[in-house]
Design a protein around this ligand. Structure first.
Ligand SMILES: Cc1cc2nc3c(=O)[nH]c(=O)nc-3n(C[C@H](O)[C@H](O)[C@H](O)COP(=O)(O)OP(=O)(O)OC[C@H]3O[C@@H](n4cnc5c(N)ncnc54)[C@H](O)[C@@H]3O)c2cc1C
Length: 419
């Protein structure tokens, strides 16, 4: 560890990345101010860090940049009842992202992503445990593992996933249909087998956890400005400027942790980072959370259910459609139908929610300094795994800000790969 201490840091975003980075910096004795146009303590806070499926998934090293998935895409798109959907009016705008994604759907890129996702995912739970030592998480986190189930239709893909996870030493337990039903007896037996990640855990209330971490950040001396940031700049070697709708602020360093909204700022810095969104949805079935004991994800359908304090949360699908299109009723119906297929007892639902996964076409986040402005640090693009990666991102980014040495290879997460 070097002797360098940064004098002040501004963070844009109080989602799970922003609060974990803020807390980690405050613990190092560095003064921090978080800016967010949405107050995480407000009951109307509805960002990705609120509505996700709540899985802590250190095993999920294999991402969507895979040759087998690319091969299945046309079939998925021409079925109105599939896990992938497009908002056609947005596709022309997303074409550059789609081309880059297709280029990354080869074995070499797939394995590169798996290796560097594994590097950070394997540290993700320990990083949360460090935070959980200081907050009361009773009733908010459950350690009962996570099930993925499937039919025999796509066994080639299932075998590929199992093999690659084995290669990286990920702990996984293959389960027969009967073994799964023993542990989750309410499930409709429309699946054939599955895998159990017994060491994984899930959030009973992601927003509740976010608020606890934010609270600890504030109690530890952190500052918060409920303001919308319009511009960031590096003024000189030790001075960055954040402009909000109310004021201008100066910090030695600025961290961009604004999820999918980070692209606006990297564009301002004249870096071409192809960040876009995979839209996802959730609904709640109130008072139905006791039908399952742990998250169950039905891989054939691209959807899952998590028992939460708000009810049974049915979550999923990937929709390519940008930030401005309205939510799709069809996607909501799809999730409801999938949930009822697995649990026919379900009846009425509440709380239809659309959220934005921040995704780069190679399915690695961007973590590290801006190429042209070294005092501005990126921390975004955590796609399907941003909830799992919050605490470890906090540690990595605070280490970068404080210019500490690390044993991690951080080059693969640099924005240099796009410029
Ligand atoms: C349907 C769905 C299910 C998911 N399930 C899981 C899961 O089970 N496990 C998992 O690991 N991950 C999951 N994810 C992914 C995860 O939720 C995200 O990757 C993660 O929440 C991103 O966190 P973040 O802090 O980067 O961004 P966000 O949570 O989006 O926070 C960004 C913050 O920046 C603020 N902001 C934006 N623009 C400005 C501005 N101009 N000025 C000030 N503030 C601004 C926003 O208000 C927001 O608070 C899921 C995502 C979705 C959509």
């Amino acid at each position: 560890m070097g002797n360098y201490k940064c004098s002040s840091v501004g963070i844009i975003g109080s989602g799970i990345q922003g609060v974990c980075i803020g807390l980690s910096l405050i613990k190092k004795g560095i003064p921090v101010t978080i800016f967010d146009k949405n107050d995480p303590n407000n009951s109307n806070y509805k960002m990705a860090s609120y509505g996700n499926a709540g899985h802590f998934s250190p095993y999920a090293i294999l991402q969507f940049n895979r040759p087998d998935i690319l091969y299945d895409v046309p079939k998925m798109l021409f079925s109105s009842y599939g896990p992938l959907a497009l908002k056609w009016n947005y596709i022309p705008k997303m074409l550059p992202w789609i081309f880059k994604y297709v280029k990354n759907c080869n074995k070499t890129s797939m394995m590169h992503t798996a290796k560097y996702m594994n590097q950070i995912l394997s540290l993700s739970l320990d990083a949360y445990e460090e935070i959980f030592k200081d907050i009361n998480i009773s009733g908010l986190v459950e350690k009962k593992g996570i099930f993925y189930i499937w039919t025999n239709q796509n066994l080639k893909s299932r075998n590929l996933e199992i093999d690659i996870r084995n290669k990286f030493g990920v702990k996984q337990k293959l389960m027969s249909k009967e073994q799964i039903l023993d542990m989750e007896p309410n499930l409709n037996p429309v699946f054939d087998a599955g895998v159990y990640y017994e060491d994984s855990m899930h959030a009973r209330d992601p927003h509740g956890i976010l608020k606890k971490i934010f609270d600890l950040f504030m109690k530890s001396g952190g500052k918060f400005k409920n303001e919308s940031v319009s511009e960031i700049k590096q003024i000189s070697d030790n001075n960055t400027e954040i402009t909000t709708h109310k004021n201008k602020y100066n910090f030695e360093k600025t961290v961009i942790a604004s999820g999918v909204f980070s692209k606006k700022f990297s564009d301002q810095l004249d870096e071409k980072i192809p960040l876009d969104t995979e839209r996802g949805y959730h609904v709640h079935f109130k008072n139905m959370e006791n039908l399952i004991s742990r998250p169950v994800i039905f891989l054939d359908r691209g959807f899952g259910m998590t028992p939460m304090n708000q009810g049974l949360r049915a979550v999923g699908t990937v929709e390519l459609g940008g930030l401005k299109n309205p939510p799709s009723k069809k996607r909501i119906e799809y999730i409801i139908n999938c949930a009822k297929e697995l649990l026919p007892q379900l009846k009425t639902h509440d709380d239809e929610w659309l959220g934005f996964r921040p995704t780069l076409p190679d399915f690695l986040p961007v973590l590290g300094p801006s190429l042209k402005n070294k005092n501005i640090i990126y921390a975004f693009g955590h796609h399907h795994l941003g909830w799992t990666l919050g605490a470890i991102t906090g540690k990595i980014i605070s280490g970068i800000v404080a210019e500490e040495n690390t044993n991690l290879d951080l080059i693969p997460y640099s924005s240099e790969r796009f410029n």
